[in-house]
Design a binder for this molecule. Structure first.
Ligand code: HEM
Length: 263
């Protein structure tokens, strides 16, 4: 039988060795997430001319990588790690923080998508939409994220009202959904990483050209190329670290082992 959200985690079940590895991985993941967000901001401001709204669609595009990295990688990455990081608190606190971080990701993703469509549609002449591999991957990623958020809000809403009358009745139903929710979370995160990497590659090939000869300059490995590739490398490292921290059995709490037997 799963525990109710009023019960606390209970502590101290990780071995000393597992704790050392776990907190080292936390440290690495935090450096990568904060480093990536800072680097994408620095890249678009220093190399790509900063931010403008609809009056300059080329620079409105710059919101897109920053907000997508903020929403899908920074906020969603932290939301996924909350249950592993906040080992001291009761489960309700961790749940609220998890939901709050997901809710912060939503406006970033919505505005990030609007700005990239604007940057195509408001150009003269307009750039066609949804022709690239990146844009197709992006649609699947955004679609999965939207499903995840909608499903959580609907289940959360009904569970809240049902909890008022029959807590035990909804506990097994909710605990059955945890593995589904967690699996889809990891899949969406991995797809977001693949989408971001293809986006960086595409942008590098679009913009890194000699202004006179129009020859590609990406292959010359200038500073901008290094900054772009470093962001992609950070994404790849997070694609390994975050699922390892979420899914590996020694890093889990006892209550979650019971609730998510196969994750
Ligand atoms: C998970 C994160 C991301 C998602 C879901 C996403 C989604 C999309 C979508 C749906 C489009 C198509 C817009 C249109 O056709 O009008 C697009 C375009 C674009 N995105 Fe992203 N994107 C993401 C991250 C990034 C990142 C990090 C970059 C890095 C610079 C980037 C660069 C581009 C570029 C250059 C385009 C225009 C060319 C094209 O349509 O493929 N994207 N993105």
């Amino acid at each position: 039988m799963g525990r109710s959200h009023r019960q606390s985690y209970g502590g101290g079940e990780m071995s000393v060795a597992a704790s050392l590895v776990f907190y080292f991985l936390v440290f690495l993941a935090e450096i990568l997430m904060f480093g990536l967000l800072s680097l994408v901001l620095f890249w678009v401001v220093y190399y790509r001319g900063g931010f403008k709204w609809r009056e300059d669609p080329a620079r409105e595009f710059n919101f897109h990588p920053v907000l997508m990295v903020a929403g899908f990688i920074f906020f969603m990455g932290h939301a996924m790690l909350v249950y592993r990081l906040f080992r001291c608190c009761n489960k309700l606190t961790a749940k609220l923080l998890h939901t709050f971080l997901y809710l912060l990701a939503v406006p970033c993703i919505v505005v990030g998508v609007i700005t990239v469509f604007d940057s195509h549609n408001l150009r003269v002449p307009p750039i066609p939409n949804l022709y690239s591999l990146h844009s197709w991957l992006g649609l699947v990623t955004v679609g999965l994220f939207a499903l995840q958020v909608t499903h959580t809000l609907v289940v959360g809403f009904f569970s809240f009202w049902l909890l008022l009358c029959c807590e035990q009745g909804t506990a097994s139903f909710r605990s059955g959904l945890v593995p589904v929710h967690a699996t889809f979370g990891i899949i969406t995160f991995m797809l977001a990483i693949a989408t971001c990497v293809t986006g960086y590659t595409e942008k590098a090939f679009f913009v890194m050209r000699d202004p006179e000869t129009k020859n590609f300059t990406y292959s010359l490995m200038g500073n901008e190329a290094i900054i772009i590739n470093t962001q992609a490398a950070a994404l790849a490292a997070l694609g390994i670290l975050v699922p390892v921290m979420v899914a590996l059995r020694p890093f889990r709490r006892r209550w979650s082992e019971r609730l998510t037997e196969h994750l």
